[in-house]
Ligand binder design. Sequence first.
Ligand code: C2O
Ligand code: CU
Length: 594
Amino acid sequence: MKLPVALVLLAAVLPSTTAFHLGSGHQRFDDIERRNDKSSTSLSKRTSCENSASDRACWGDYSINDDWYTTIPDTGVTREYWLVAQNTTLAPDGYERYTMNFNGSIPGPTISADWGDNVIVHVTNNLQNNGTTIHMHGIRQQNNTQYDGVPGATQCPIAPGATFTYKFRATQYGTTWYHSHDSLQYSDGLLGAIIIDGPASANYDVDLGPMLISDWFHESVASLWDYARIGIPPVAENGLINGTNTFDCSDSESSVCLGTGVRNEIVVEKNTTYRLRLINTAIEGYIRFKIDGHSFSVIAMDLVPIVPYDTDSIVIANGERYDIVFTANATADNYWLRAIYNSDCGTYNAYNANIKGIVRYNASSTDDPTTTTQNYTAQCYDEDYSNLVPYVSQTVGSVATEFSTELNYTYNNDIWRWTINSSSLIVNWSEPTIVQFYEADGAADLSWSTDANVWEIPNTNEWVYFILHDESTSDLGHPMHLHGHDFFILDSGSGTFDESTLSSLNLINPPRRDTAVLPGDGYLVMAFNINNPGAWLMHCHIAWHASEGMGIQFLEQTDVLLDTLDNYDQIETGCKSWDEYALPGIATQDDAGV
Ligand code: C2O
Ligand code: CU
């Protein structure tokens, strides 16, 4: 079925990320089709309405009411992308530095597809001294763990000169991003947006595309690791919005401070309604986003459409996304678009006030806005969960497996390590979890090395309740991200979770997403169903913290996991070339590896 996609308009207004879109063949992936073959439900479909500015809820024969865990349009379309990881000197904010990037730009090309399409991404590693991988953040990868892109969990790092081909089906729709999952690499620029077009829970005229927001250092993040790992994260010099910003060179004698940076700008037309797809790709920071003089509706959290709610600012934690819709209904003028970096949730510096873009009603204006904003108190936790109501309701089953865990840290020999139940994650790049599993022929009695932090959850369709307590007294929030699932947020708060309340938690349509904040010195109660075989990482999305070991791997549905590893040849070949490259001691791993 070919979907009527009325997004011609969109192409004209997408930001300047160069879509690298060679050949969109129509070959089908029988393997992917088969693995995603799910019987459709009895939901009544709207017949062939047209997705348009006045009816974003519709999507051909499908709509916003469809449960995308069970209903996926069969488009028969395959989108193919070629990404080359490379290290080059760039000056995103007018300050030249060594970066790692895909295809020469930060962010890399946007990967776009329609709901139900197949996507192929060929990743060639042209980095000089590093392995790499890419992970499609938030993509559920049902029965597809072998393409999840986590070194040491699902594959070996791609060796310099080698190529790895990722395949997945866009079973969900909305806004997300891809990034290297190799140590701190995404913080040096190895990332880009993923847009999967589908229905929406509110109408809008124009899709402005993705807005990736990050902090930004003037040195390579990898080179700052020796400093960060002693427990004092370095302070970023700047931040970027869609890979650009200004930087004031007047205090800098450095010849690499070029002063050529520009701010991200959006030109709007009075009374037109816009969709903007916000993605926090930061290394460390929580961001409060706002546009002076404008309020907006929030229509999706991560890849989950929500019942729209209105606000004039929103807090986005690392790895999280929110899609918003706003109308250009203010006095025609220039307005600051602000990504206010929340102090208290991490390091703080004056640059925090400089992560800004501009919304212009008059395209020919070159003036800076003169608008102001109030002061906000730092919020190191999520939006109010009572506002985050999934549009398609789902109910959590009662608990079968309960894990009550403790987050803490160790500090030995000047090295800071985060621990979950006293164990700090270190993956083995040369012996990824699924490789060990495959080579043991799926033997259930495999003994995992302690620091692999493998948690086996074998029982299909049981519900896991995972309670995470922050015992570290460091009072930072931790945006916890789970691969392979959207999880349900059953509770969170400060202090200790009272386990006697477990049976009285609300199980009817709680917030559901792939990333949520464990509040500092507090707790987070997550739930998910055991229904996706794989080795799935769960980790803090503050890049320093992941490198410092704040993560575990769930090994899920071990009885059927082997059946899904039909791409094992590519993984094996990849590991061979990785070992040839790395074993002579060239690539040493001095962190968790993810
Ligand atoms: Cu955004 Cu484990 O990833
Ligand atoms: Cu953290």
